[in-house]
Design a protein around this ligand. Sequence first.
Ligand code: PMT
Length: 420
Amino acid sequence: MTNLAGKSVLLVISGGIAAYKSLELIRLLRKARTEVRCILTKGGSEFITPLSVSALSEHPVYTDLFSLKDESEMGHIRLSRDADIIIVTPASANLMAKLANGIADDLASTTLLASNKPIFVAPAMNPEMWAKPSTQRNIEILRSDGVQFIGPAAGEMACSETGLGRMIEPQDIFDALQSYFKLSTPLAGKRALVTSGPTYEPIDPVRFIGNRSSGKQGHAIAAALARAGAEVTLVTGHVSLADPVGVRTLHVETASEMLDACQSALPAHIAVCAAAVADWRVENSADQKIKKQTGASTPSLSFIENPDILAEISKSPNRPDLVIGFAAETQDVVKAAQEKLVRKGCDWILANQVGKTDNPVFGTDHNQVTLVSRSNCDEWPPLSKKEVAARLVEAMISHFNDTGTKHDDKPISRPLSSAS
Ligand code: PMT
C-alpha cells in the first residue's frame, strides 16, 4: 500500500492538449486507493469529456461555478476543504495567471482562491508562453505564495516546437505526490493495531451479551493513524460504521476472536485498545435456541472470565513499542486508569468517564479524556472523537520523536510476511 492510500486529492484539469494525461493520473491515484474529485474547466472539456473523468474518478465531475446542481452536490468551498491537496494538471498559462493574481471567474479559479490546502501545479504550455516575462512573473508570485511546481519538462511539444513547457508524465506527478505525502506521514513504516467496538458473547445462537460501544472512537483512531502513514490493522466488534479507508479491517464477534485477530496482527509498533471488551462470557451458552417453556424455571447463566486482550498484548514477546489502553469508568476515573495502567502493563491509558446522562460517550461523537502515563496526567478539553484521535496520534508522533525509536533502528522481531 502506498502512502497515498486514504488521501483525498482535488484534481483541477484546465485546457490544453496534455489534459488527456490527467486521465492516466486519475487511474494511478485510484489504483493507490486515493479519493479523487475533479474540476474540469471549460477549456479542459474541449480536450476530454466529463464522462471519462467521472468514470475514472468514480465521482461526479464539477464544471460550473454557477450550476445549481454542482453547488448543491458539493459547494466550491467544501470541494477545496475536503481535499488533502489540490493539484492542477495541466496548469495552463491562463489559469496560473488567474491564480497568481487572485482572479476568481469560474469554478476552478474560485475554488483555488478559496482553498486553504497545499496547491500543486503541473504546467503545460508552448515554450514561448512559458518563457514570456508575464508568465515568469506569475511563476515567481505563485512560488512565493507557496504553490509547488511539478515540472514542466523539456522536449518536443504537440505543436512540434521543442523547449521547456511539456507537462511532466503522470507517473512522475504521482511519484512527486507520494514523496510529498511521505514527508507529511510521520508514522510511515510503523505498523499499528487498533481494537474498536463491542464484543458480543453468545448466550445461545440468537442471543448475546453486548454493550453500547459504537466503535466511533476506535475507528477514528485507526483512520488518524492511517492518515499519518502507519500501516493499520483494525480489529473490530460488530458496529454499523464503514471500514476506514486504507485500513486493514478484521471483523470479530467475541473477546476470544478479538484476541486471536490481535495476535495475528502482531508484531506491531503501536497498539491501541479502544474496544469495549466483555470481561466475562457465558460458560453454559447453548448450541440451540433456549426455549421458553410454560411452567419451567427461568434459565440461569454462569460466567467465566474472558482473556484480557490489552494485558496479553502488553506481555506478548512481540510487545509493541507503545501500548495504549482506554479506561471506561463511571467514577474515580483517573485513579482507576492509573491502577489499570499498572495492572495491564501498558504505557498510556486514556481515561474517559462513561455513563453520564448529559454526555454518555458511548455512541456519541464526543469524548473527554485524560491521558495517563506512569509519570503524568494530562486532562484534555471536551473534543470530538475525531479530534481525540488526531491529538492522540500527535502525542504518539512526539513520543517516537523524543525516544528516537524509529522503525528502522528498532526492527520488529518477526518478519512481517509471517504476521498476518
Ligand atoms: O465505541 P464508542 O461508542 O465510540 O465509545 C468509546 C469507548 C467508550 C468504548 C472508548 O472510549 C473506551 O473507553 N474504550 C474502552 C472500554 C473498556 O472496555 O474499558 P475498560 O476500562 O473496561 O477496559 C480497560 C482497557 O482494557 C480497555 O483498553 C479495553 O479495551 C481493555 N480490555 C478490557 C477487557 C478485556 N477483556 N480485554 C481488554 O483488552
